[in-house]
Design a protein around this ligand. Structure first.
Ligand SMILES: Nc1ncnc2c1ncn2[C@@H]1O[C@H](COP(=O)(O)OP(=O)(O)OP(=O)(O)O)[C@@H](O)[C@H]1O
Ligand SMILES: [Mg+2]
Ligand SMILES: [Mg+2]
Length: 728
C-alpha cells in the first residue's frame, strides 16, 4: 500500500492490485494538484508510477505511449526467452493505471475500454457505497500488434522476470539484476527513482508479487493465511510460513493470500477477492464429491455423450459410466427406490451409503431380502413422516445403494482401495491434474460373508476403530511403489499383466476416469481466479483387474499418522499449493501456463488454456457487471469429444501451451479473468442452482436435488466440532 501522491492524509488507497479512490478523495486530489508547481507535479506523477509498479523500478511504456503490452506481446516475449513461463515484476501487475488513474472518470464495470485494462478483482473508483469488482480485460487486437512500442523495452521487461519463481532467493536477485538497465533509462529522473528505490522494502520473495504485489512480509502485517480445521494444517502452515506469510486465527480476516478451510462457508466465497487470493475448495464441488452429486453428473454426462455418439463426427470411444462406476440408485427418489427394491436379489450384495458423509459413517450392507425390506419400510416411513414433509430439503434418506464389488483384488488376503487425487489448481482457465496417493488396506482378512464392516470398508477411519490398529497401522497403508512391486510379483505372470501394471494401465485408467468425471461437471463448477481444489478419489480393483471408481471426496484426509503417509501427503499438499500459486500467477499475468515450473509428481489431465475457448461468460444467467457476450464462436470440439479423445495425460502436458486466438475484439485476451458461473448448457438445470452469494435461501435444492451447500448454523457448529475427524 502506498500513500497517495497528492493527499498526504489519505493513505493506503493506491495499491498495485487494488485501486480505489473515493469520490471525496478524487476531489481532494484535484484540488491538491491545482496548487502544485509543474516541477513538483512531475515528481509526484513519477512517484505515483513507481508506487504503482514498485518492483519494476520504472514507469511502464504503456503509461508513456498510451499503449500497453498484451498477451500477444507477452507471448512474443516468452518466445524470445529461453524460459517461458517466467514471471516477474516486469509483467505489469496493474496495467493502464498511472497517476492518470486518479483522474479517470468512473466507468461502468460492463463497459469495454480499449485503452484500459483492469486487474481482476481490482476495485473500481467508487462513487457508490458498495464495492464493485472489475475484471481483467485485455486490449483490442489493434494494440496487441502495435509496433510503436520499442522492441528493446519489451525484451528488457523480460529480463526482469525471474526463473524459478517459486524460489525466493533466485527471484529476489533476478529482480534486482533486472532493475538496473531499466533504471538507467530514466535519465533525468534518476535521482527520484533512487529515492524511491531506497524507500522501497527489499524484495524477499516472488510471492511478494503474488496477487497484491504491494506487501512485503513484516511482523503482524501479513501477508496472511488462514487455515480452518486441523486436516493437513501443519503442512499448509509450514508451506506458507516458508513463504514469509503469517498465520491469522481470525476466520473473518478478509485480507489474506490463502485460505484453506475444511468446511466451506458462504462468507468465504462472498468476500473472496478474485485474482488477489487463493481459496481452497470450489464452492460447488459437491457436484463431484457427494455420492448423489457424482452419480447425477455421470448420468447426465452419459446421456449427453450417447446423444453425441449418434453424430457421425463422434466416432471415438468414450467411457461409459457402467464400465467404471458400480450400478447405483438414489433412495431419495421414489421411482429409483422402487427400481432397486424390485431388482434386489439375495444372491447379490449391495452397499448403502449416505450421500454427503465420509469415513464410512452410516454405511451398511444389504444382503438379504429382510434387510432390503427393512430399508424399504424405513425409507417409506420417513417419507410419510409429517416432520420430514415439512423439511423437504433435509432429506434424511439422501442415500444411495450401490452394487457391492464382491470380488475385490486382495493383498495378502486383505481388501484395499486406492486413494488418488484430482487437483483443480486453477479454474480460470482450468488446469486439472492427477496425483498418485496410496493404497488403504483392511486389518482383517476379507470374507464376503462377514458381518464385520471393518473387513469390507477399507478407509482408515474404519480401521482405526480396531484395537489392533496402533499395533498394525503401518500395514494398512501401502505406497504405490509397494503396490506395484506386489502386483508385479504376485500377478504379473499368472494374470498376464504388463510390467508395472500399477504405473501404466492402472494409472492411465484412473486418469481417464477422473478426466471423464471432471468433464461431466466442468461447465457447472463455479469458477473464479484463485479457487482451487484437491479432491480425493477412491478406486477399487477387482480380481479381474477391472478398475472401479467408488467416490470422490472433498477435503481429503491429509493426516500423516503412518510412515507412508508421511512420505506422500506433504508432497501432495505442497505441490498443490505450488501449482495453485503458479497457475494463478500466470493467469493473472496472461502468461502461457506451460511449462509449469512447480509441477513435479502431478500429471496434467486437462489444460483449459488449450482445450477451452475462452473467455467464457457464464451460461444463460445474466451477469450484471459483465459486458455483452461476444458474438457466437465457431463450433469447436465439445468437451465430450475431448473426453473421448483425451490423450494420455503426459501427451496433453506436452502440448504447447499456445493460447487460442481471441475470438473477437469485444472479448480480449484477459477477459477470461471474469468469473465464470456454472454453465447451464448441460440442460440439467445448473442455472437453477443459486450462486453462493445470491442470498438465496439456504435450503434450496440444486441440480443434484441435494440440500444446498451452505450448512445451517447448527450444522456448521456440528461440523466444527467434528472438524478434527473430517477428511476421509
Ligand atoms: N461398491 C462397493 N463395492 C465394494 N466396496 C465398496 C463399495 N463402495 C464402498 N466400498 C468400501 O467401503 C468403503 C467406504 O465407502 P466410501 O468410500 O464410498 O464411503 P465414505 O464414507 O465416503 O468413505 P471415505 O470418504 O472415508 O473413503 C470404501 O473404501 C470401500 O472399501
Ligand atoms: Mg468419502
Ligand atoms: Mg471412500
Amino acid at each position: 500500500m502506498f500513500k497517495c501522491i497528492s493527499c498526504p492524509l489519505y493513505r493506503g488507497v493506491i495499491s498495485c492490485r487494488s485501486f480505489y479512490l473515493t469520490s471525496r478523495h478524487r476531489g481532494h486530489t484535484r484540488r491538491g494538484r491545482g496548487r502544485l508547481s509543474r516541477r513538483r507535479l512531475t515528481r509526484r506523477r513519477l512517484t505515483a508510477k513507481m508506487a504503482l509498479h514498485p518492483r519494476t523500478g520504472r514507469p511502464h511504456g504503456h503509461h508513456r505511449g498510451g499503449s500497453e503490452p498484451q498477451a500477444e506481446g507477452t507471448a512474443q516475449d516468452m518466445k524470445s526467452q529461453p524460459s517461458p513461463g517466467r514471471v516477474g515484476p516486469a509483467v505489469c501487475p496493474i496495467r493502464g493505471l498511472g497517476s492518470q488513474a486518479s483522474r479517470r472518470p468512473r466507468r461502468g464495470v460492463g463497459t469495454t475500454s480499449s485503452s484500459k485494462v483492469h486487474r481482476p478483482g481490482a476495485l473500481m473508483p467508487a462513487t457508490r457505497s458498495c464495492t464493485r469488482f472489475i475484471h481483467c480485460r485485455g486490449k483490442p487486437p489493434r494494440t496487441h500488434v502495435s509496433s510503436k512500442r520499442p522492441k528493446r523495452s519489451r525484451i528488457r521487461r523480460c529480463h526482469t522476470r525471474a526463473p524459478g519463481w517459486t524460489h525466493e532467493k533466485r527471484m529476489a536477485s533476478s529482480v534486482e539484476e533486472g532493475l538496473r538497465p531499466e533504471l538507467s533509462q530514466l535519465d533525468q529522473d534518476a535521482d527520484l527513482l533512487e529515492e524511491e528505490e531506497t524507500a522501497r522494502p527489499p524484495l524477499t520473495s516472488l510471492e511478494g508479487l503474488f496477487l497484491e504485489g504491494d506487501k512485503q512480509p513484516s511482523p503482524g502485517q501479513g501477508p496472511f493465511f488462514y487455515i480452518g480445521g486441523t486436516n493437513g494444517a501443519s503442512i499448509i502452515s509450514n508451506y506458507c510460513e516458508s513463504k514469509g506469510w503469517q498465520r491469522t486465527q481470525d476466520s473473518r480476516c478478509e485480507d489474506y493470500k490463502l485460505k484453506w478451510c475444511e468446511i466451506k462457508s458462504r462468507n468465504n466465497y462472498c468476500s473472496f477477492r478474485e485474482g488477489q487470493q487463493l481459496l481452497f475448495q470450489l464452492p460447488n464441488n459437491k457436484l463431484l464429491t457427494t455420492k448423489i452429486g457424482l452419480l447425477s453428473a455421470l448420468r447426465e454426462h452419459g446421456r449427453t455423450l450417447s446423444k453425441a455418439r449418434l453424430l457421425p463426427s463422434a466416432q471415438s470411444k468414450v467411457l461409459k459410466m457402467d464400465e467404471f462406476f458400480p450400478e447405483t440408485y438414489r433412495l431419495d427418489i421414489r421411482d429409483e427406490r422402487q427400481t432397486f427394491f424390485t431388482l434386489f436379489d439375495e444372491t447379490e450384495i449391495w452397499i448403502c451409503k449416505p450421500t454427503a458423509s465420509n469415513q464410512g459413517k452410516g454405511i451398511f450392507l444389504i444382503r438379504s431380502q429382510e434387510e432390503a425390506a427393512a430399508l424399504q419400510a424405513k425409507t417409506q416411513s420417513i417419507e410419510d413422516d409429517p416432520i420430514y414433509r415439512k423439511m423437504p430439503f433435509r432429506a434424511p434418506q439422501a442415500r444411495v445403494v450401490q452394487r457391492y464389488i464382491q470380488n475385490p483384488l486382495l493383498l495378502d488376503g486383505k481388501k484395499f482401495d486406492v486413494r488418488s487425487y484430482l487437483l483443480i489448481a486453477c479454474t480460470m482457465p482450468y488446469m486439472v491434474f492427477f496425483g498418485h496417493g496410496y493404497a488403504r488396506l483392511t486389518l482383517s482378512l476379507y470374507d464376503p460373508h462377514s458381518s464385520d464392516l471393518g473387513g469390507h470398508l477399507t478407509n482408515q477411519f474404519m480401521q482405526k476403530k480396531s484395537p489392533l490398529y496402533m499395533l498394525l497401522k503401518e500395514g494398512t497403508v501401502w505406497s504405490m511403489e509397494h503396490l506395484n512391486r506386489y502386483i508385479n510379483d504376485k500377478f504379473r505372470k499368472t494374470k498376464g499383466l504388463p510390467r508395472d501394471w500399477v504405473f501404466t494401465t492402472f494409472t492411465k485408467r484412473m486418469q481417464q476416469i477422473m478426466a471423464h468425471c471432471f468433464l461431466a461437471v466442468k461447465s457447472k463448477l463455479e469458477c473464479k481466479l484463485g479457487y482451487f481444489d484437491l479432491i480425493g478419489c477412491d478406486f477399487l480393483i477387482d480380481e479381474n483387474f477391472k478398475v472401479w471408481l467408488l467416490e470422490m471426496n472433498s477435503n481429503p484426509a491429509l493426516h500423516t499418522n503412518c510412515e507412508v503417509l508421511k512420505e506422500v501427503i506433504p508432497g501432495v499438499v505442497m505441490e498443490t499449493l505450488d501449482l495453485a500459486l503458479e497457475t494463478c500467477q500466470k493467469s493473472l499475468h496472461c502468461q502461457k501456463m506451460l511449462p509449469l515450473l512447480s509441477q513435479r509428481r502431478f500429471v496434467l489431465l486437462y489444460n483449459g488454456e488449450t482445450m477451452d475457448v475462452w473467455p467464457r461468460l457464464g451460461g444463460s444467467r445474466p451477469l450484471a457487471r459483465l459486458p455483452p457476450p461476444p458474438p457466437p464462436l465457431p463450433p469447436r470440439p465439445s468437451s465430450e469429444a475431448a473426453s473421448s479423445t483425451l490423450p494420455s495425460a503426459r501427451a496433453t502436458a506436452d502440448r504447447p501451451g499456445a493460447r487460442k486466438p481471441v475470438p473477437s475484439r469485444a472479448a480480449p485476451i484477459c477477459a477470461f479473468h471474469k468469473s465464470r458461473l456454472p454453465d447451464s448448457s448441460g440442460g440439467s438445470g445448473a442455472e437453477s442452482e443459486p450462486s453462493l452469494c445470491s442470498g438465496s435461501p439456504e435450503n434450496s435444492r440444486d441440480v443434484t436435488g441435494e440440500p444446498s451447500l451452505g450448512p445451517s448454523e447448527e450444522e456448521r457448529e456440528e461440523e466444527q466440532r467434528n472438524a478434527s475427524h473430517r477428511g476421509s
